[in-house]
Design a protein around this ligand. Structure first.
Ligand code: ATP
Length: 444
């Protein structure tokens, strides 16, 4: 994990928020490459979940909502962790994560047994809306994106003119004042979620839960997270939320242990019913065929963007020993991202930087490819080093313009370039005219 964190910082994937002031615990900034990676992930989720389907539409809800939303959803009363304080060193600790000695729980920071009773600590960030800071102005930063979907369910159903089963998808920020943010970005206080609420008839819920579990597992394969690294954990009936009729956690083998990436839950009609009761507004669906009115049930696949980005990096990280042309062994660090996810798709290199024709041709290729993919032009240093720099950030392809390209070695390879593949390090020659279509096929 240390190597991964250090690579992320060194190459501008992820760094501490407000670092020059000592950071802010549980908050992270994504640098140039991390932002591209995150965007590729969100775009691909959106493509699979919304654009390529007839039965799902998107929305983008506000982060601040009427406080009553959080009262009705149960978050205000119960979205909490049990906490104890250590009377000796004043640390605040999760009551359910304390170590024990001789059957007694103690403080992992100072070792003292002098702990307070456990009490609930609400994880929502409280804030005030408007100029007065009194009780009537309180609301919270949303701890999940889902509630915006539930409260807009009826309007979106009407404007999109969909019939059950249909879903509403959303990607957005969520905030939780986690007691113990840790494991890099895995447990953060500010993070992003990709959530789908898939509304259905009550009799279809159980089957759709299985359907969505399969769909979501397929998605992880499609972004290059092999099923060997994933685990499906079925939550036992006594451990899942009281309203749920089935919940799966999709877990990933992080270097710090097997941990949740996504929850897929059949939440029955709990959320819509709660909001219907609290708001007094009907959230029922009218079935034209049967003439029935009822509150739809919902299946929710809820994934974390940041956790998936971290899983992508962990799954891709690779250290290989290779021998160079002179027979010397060296270590190659490679991020073996699926080309779909890779922040930079193609490095473009003139063999030498002080040759105008090589540079001019390479620049033309940059312009040719740029409208279709993220490219990176690099002319400095030996070509081998330039390849290594791209390997380290997971660029799947490298295009080199050499003397053959510009016809200095005769006409046979003129107007062709080499494409080097990151994983095999093999090179193939391709006519410049075919370059775009060859690469676009490989990254989409
Ligand atoms: P955990 O048990 O790890 O706290 P959770 O079960 O509370 O997670 P959900 O409420 O089901 O999580 O949220 C759905 C998804 O949102 C999670 O699977 C995870 O990917 C993401 N998520 C939740 N909390 C955090 C966090 N603090 N930091 C980063 N991602 C998070």
């Amino acid at each position: 994990m240390e190597k991964i964190v250090s690579l992320c910082k060194r190459r501008g994937f992820i760094m501490q928020s407000s670092e020059i002031y000592g950071g802010l615990n549980g908050c992270w900034d994504y640098g140039p490459l991390g932002t591209e990676l995150k965007r590729n992930l969100k775009d691909f989720w959106w493509r699979r979940m919304v654009r390529e389907r007839d039965d799902i539409v998107g929305m983008d809800g506000s982060i601040l909502m009427n406080r009553q939303v959080w009262v009705a959803s149960g978050h205000e009363a119960t979205f909490s962790d049990p906490m104890v304080d250590c009377r000796n060193c004043n640390s605040r600790l999760r009551a359910d994560q304390l170590p024990e000695r001789d059957g007694k729980r103690y403080c992992p920071v100072c070792g003292s047994f002098d702990l307070t009773e456990a009490r609930a600590f609400n994880l929502m960030f409280k804030t005030y809306v408007g100029a007065t800071e009194d009780e009537s102005a309180i609301t919270y930063l949303r701890p999940e994106t889902a509630q915006a979907i539930f409260v807009q369910f009826k309007s979106i159903l009407e404007v999109s003119r969909k019939k059950l089963p249909f879903g509403i998808a959303q990607i957005g920020k969520a905030f939780r004042n986690e007691i113990n943010p840790r494991n890099f970005t895995f447990r953060s206080r500010e993070f992003e979620q990709m959530e789908l609420e898939y509304f259905c008839r009550p009799e279809d819920g159980v089957e759709l839960l299985e359907y969505w579990l399969k769909e979501r597992l397929k998605f992880y394969e499609e972004i290059g997270i092999s099923s060997d690294l994933l685990h499906v954990h079925q939550i036992a009936p006594d451990e899942r939320a009281h309203y749920s009729q089935g919940t799966y956690d999709i877990e990933f083998e992080f270097p710090f242990g097997v941990q949740e990436l996504e929850g897929v839950a059949y939440r029955t009609d709990y959320d819509l019913s709660q909001h219907q009761k609290a708001s007094g507004k009907s959230l029922e669906y009218f079935d034209e065929e049967t003439g029935q009115h009822f509150v739809p049930h919902v299946v929710e696949p809820s994934a974390g963007v940041d956790r998936t980005v971290l899983a992508l990096i962990c799954a891709a990280f690779c250290e290989e020993t290779i021998t160079d042309q002179k027979g010397k062994a060296e270590t190659r660090i490679v991020l073996k991202f699926h080309p779909r996810m890779a922040p930079i798709k193609c490095g473009i290199f003139p063999l030498l930087k002080n040759n105008e024709r090589l540079v001019g041709q390479a620049r033309e290729i940059v312009e040719l490819l740029r409208p279709h993919m993220m490219v990176f032009y690099d002319e400095s240093g030996a070509i081998g080093r330039r390849y290594r720099r791209q390997d380290e950030v997971g660029t799947p392809f490298g295009v080199t313009v050499d003397f053959d390209t510009i016809g200095e070695n005769g006409p046979s390879n003129q107007e062709t370039v080499t494409i080097r593949e990151r994983d095999s390090m093999k090179q193939v020659r391709v006519p410049i005219g075919e370059l775009k279509s060859v690469l676009v096929d490989r990254i989409s």
